[in-house]
Design a protein around this ligand. Structure first.
Ligand code: GLN
Length: 539
């Protein structure tokens, strides 16, 4: 019989419910098998078709599932591989209910939110827990208490408590305690109202995490405890801190662990030793470097969260703080800035994944600059494709070379659609998605970094390096250092006579975790720290 921890949130969005849930998971993990389930109220079946500016990054799992970015937090904190099945959206649930209705499985009944949708949700909770043989299910309900679109998930969680027994069920609610500058103290009224709403929905939180600017004073905790009906030591203060990876340690100091161990009769084998060391490295680095992240979504940092976290992980393992300079490539393209200006003071350049034409020529100029000036360069997915375009144009002298995603009439389609993609007209879940195997050339940079000739990384793209140009690129000095096992698809490229010029068709940032950083990011950060080997750009 698994234990259930249900995490809800109130007052407002953006309090970091996902990171709090992931941190709770880290804290109690020990030898337990933890299975996170995330419920999202929206009607999209998955976030794969959503604009990252609206929803943040689309996270991709090994199984190819495109899921909510909170799964990124779960994987980074818990060091586990999640499954698409564990992200329950209203769209997915309604689809299942409507399909059953069409098959006549409800035997003439009128299909309603209560009980049919709620039953379907509960059925999925229990099925996942059983299929996975979970010790602990970490059930996060997205959105804010009081929203219409998560109400069916809340009701399913309420009923679940009865079904599995209160001794196997803990409810944690994240609320918000603002600090009112004019009176110089924390105000508890929004939290009181929030807790009243939660209780009116039949959820009685065992533990309240109070998000706030500063650590909560004892008297505020006492007030909250009195008005929200929990013992004072069940109020956990969650204040703003410099790195999310400290949250498990903060919760531990606040006494969350024994509360959960006692309530759920959990084993007491949790260890945060190595984790604490890495957090210390993040907080007290020995060195700093600045790298440029060039993209078109720089307005919303959430759209590149995995890349940013992968830099934090690699930095933590090398005691380096990696600062990120956001470079909007349209500025270079429109002539508002020169490449040299845009890249002033940076020790390395990353071109991350992307779609569409805006800012592309700017990115290509950045890549050329990195290649010609021996500046460490890491290209991710679109970053690889544009590196190949740049190399084809400048070194192979293929004038007008391009990816057909941007110019379908290019005379030299060095990046083109996968054959299997040509017939596709539906948008949802139709890209080349998920974990794919690549075989690396012995002795290459990527081989050294991974320490293996066979690697698996996650993908999310439609276009590929056109096989008709492989030989020319190789002849002209580009090392195609990793291929799909059938040798048809280029997975990694690098430049032999460069301090660090490496790109991949995959998204290695998606598999980077604090305890096991991504090898390419480790290599990139290391190269960025070797100032002695090349002059720091613009300094
Ligand atoms: N737009 C490119 C493609 O579809 C790259 C995608 C990406 O960077 N994730 O192939």
């Amino acid at each position: 019989m698994p234990k259930w921890i249900v995490v809800t949130g109130g007052v407002l969005s953006g309090l970091g419910k996902g990171t709090a849930a992931a941190a709770i998971g880290r804290l109690i993990k020990g030898s337990n098998k933890i299975v996170p389930i995330k419920c999202d109220g929206y009607l999209n079946v998955d976030p794969g078709t959503m604009n990252p500016l609206e929803h943040g990054e689309v996270f991709v799992l090994d199984d190819g599932g495109e899921v909510d970015m909170d799964f990124g937090h779960y994987e980074r904190f818990l060091d586990i591989d999640c499954k698409f099945d564990w992200n329950l959206t209203s769209g997915k649930i309604f689809n299942k209910v409507i399909e059953k209705e069409r098959r006549g499985e409800y035997l003439g009944k009128t299909i309603q939110i209560f009980p049919h949708v709620v039953d379907e949700i509960q059925h999925n909770f229990l099925r996942i827990a059983k299929d996975e043989k979970a010790d602990i299910v970490l059930l996060e309900i997205g959105g804010t208490i009081g929203d219409i679109e998560n109400s069916w998930f809340i009701e399913a969680a309420r009923q679940l408590r009865k079904k599995v027994g209160t001794e196997n069920f803990a409810s944690i609610h994240l609320t918000y305690v603002p600090y009112l500058e004019s009176v110089g103290e924390e105000k508890t009224k929004p939290a009181q109202r929030d807790l009243a709403t939660v209780r009116s929905m039949g959820i009685y939180p065992d533990i309240i995490i109070a998000r706030s600017k500063n650590q909560l004073p004892k008297k505020i905790k006492e007030k909250l405890a009195l008005l929200c009906d929990v013992p004072v030591d069940h109020i956990i203060s969650g204040w703003d801190i410099s790195t999310v990876y400290e949250i498990p340690l903060m919760f531990e100091r606040e006494g969350l662990l024994p509360l959960l161990q006692e309530k759920l009769q959990l084993s007491k084998d949790t260890v945060l030793g190595r984790w604490s060391e890495l957090v210390k490295n993040i907080q007290q680095p020995e060195k700093e470097v600045t790298v440029a992240l060039c993209g078109k979504y720089t307005q919303l940092k959430d759209s590149y969260v995995s890349v940013l976290e992968a830099l934090v992980h690699a930095g933590a393992h090398q005691k380096v703080k990696v600062n990120v300079k956001w470079v909007e490539t349209t500025d270079v393209e429109d002539g508002k800035k020169t490449v040299a200006d845009a890249l002033k003071g940076v020790a390395g350049i990353i071109i991350p994944g992307g779609f569409g034409s805006r800012g592309v020529e700017g990115k290509i100029q950045m890549i050329r600059y990195a290649r010609e000036n021996n500046i460490p360069f890491l290209g991710l997915c679109f970053g690889l494709q544009l590196s190949v375009v740049e190399y084809a144009r400048t070194v192979c002298r293929l004038e007008g070379a391009h990816t057909t995603e941007i110019n379908s009439h290019t005379p030299h389609p060095v990046i083109d659609l996968l054959e299997s993609q040509r017939q596709i007209t539906r948008m949802g879940a139709t890209m080349r998605l998920g974990s794919c195997n690549a075989l690396l050339e012995k002795g290459s940079l990527v081989h050294q970094l991974y320490g293996s000739v066979s690697v698996h990384e996650r993908h999310r793209h439609r276009y590929e390096v056109n096989p008709n140009y492989h030989n020319l690129l190789i002849q002209k000095g580009l090392r195609l250092s990793g291929f799909s096992p059938d040798k048809k698809l280029v997975e990694f490229i690098e430049l032999p006579n460069h301090t660090f010029f490496c790109a991949t068709q995959a998204h290695p940032e998606l598999k980077s975790r604090l305890l096991s950083p991504a090898p390419l990011f480790m290599g990139f950060v290391r190269a960025c720290c070797r100032e002695d080997e090349y002059p720091l750009n613009g300094q």
